[in-house]
Design a protein. Structure first.
Length: 157
């Protein structure tokens, strides 16, 4: 259960409970590949980080690429960690942050783009009645934390 510190005693956030409820209704193995593929198609410059994934030459190639699908599932595992560890997000993401910023040199803005694609795919899954503006606000809480917990990219001189 997610805890937010509001004073000397920790309390369960209703926002966090709603977020966990939404998460429980999703299939991460479906949503992750859809969201990553959408990101690579809508924001083609993000493909530069995935050169080893093979054919990314068209939307159909991206949607059918098993490496894109596998990495999308991996991304959803990371988002699940964020949802389950909102009270300790920085420590949870420290190893991933170092890898993405120092080893892979991923521009942190790309995490925001991917989070937006995850939100779009979730909205398509739930539909307008299940993904109202209020629900979207709740949904964005973990992804906002997820995208802002990454360190700035370090450039070597």
């Amino acid at each position: 259960m997610l805890l937010h510190r509001t004073g000397p005693r920790a309390q369960v956030s209703p926002v966090s409970e709603v977020g966990l409820g939404l998460w429980g209704k999703l299939n991460p193995d479906e949503l992750g590949p859809q969201a990553l593929a959408r990101c690579l198609i809508v924001y083609p410059w993000t493909q530069r980080y995935f050169a080893s994934f093979g054919n990314l030459s068209s939307p159909a190639a991206i949607m059918g690429n098993p490496k894109v699908a596998a990495h999308g599932r991996t991304v959803m595992g990371g988002l699940e960690r964020a949802i389950k560890n909102m009270d300790n997000i920085k420590a949870t993401y420290a190893p991933l942050s170092v890898m993405h910023s120092e080893k892979l040199h991923v521009d942190p803005d790309n995490f925001r783009l991917l989070a937006d694609c995850i939100t779009v795919c979730a909205a398509m899954k739930f539909g307008p009645s299940g993904f109202s503006p209020n629900v979207q606000e709740v949904w964005r809480e973990p992804s906002r934390t997820w995208t802002t917990s990454r360190p700035p990219m370090r450039h070597s001189v």
